[in-house]
Design a protein. Structure first.
Length: 100
């Protein structure tokens, strides 16, 4: 499965999370997922909340547009980002420095 796919009115992305990574960072990972480092610990949903805030910032959407759809307690998470799928796909592709 690719790191991002069209999903209704937006895209779905797969992210591999490293909690307690020292700082927040989001980048291309492999062809199957993005990579995210989070300063937050995986306690009481803090890492998931940090991931949602980071993804919202990277894709220039409000936090309410980002939904965790799978992987609540796993390192590999699936998120849905609501918005213009074409614009969101271009942002995702730019992280890999390739055309969508």
């Amino acid at each position: 499965m690719p790191a991002w796919t069209p999903a209704g009115h937006g895209i779905a992305i797969t992210v591999r999370v490293t909690p307690r990574g020292g700082r927040n960072a989001f980048a291309a990972g492999t062809a199957d997922y993005f990579a995210a480092r989070l300063a937050a610990a995986p306690v009481d949903g803090a890492a998931n909340a940090g991931l949602i805030a980071l993804v919202a910032k990277i894709f220039a959407v409000p936090k309410r547009a980002v939904t965790l759809i799978a992987g609540d307690t796993a390192r590999l998470k699936r998120l849905r980002i609501a918005g213009d799928a074409t614009v969101l796909a271009k942002i995702a592709a730019s992280l890999y420095a390739i055309a969508p």
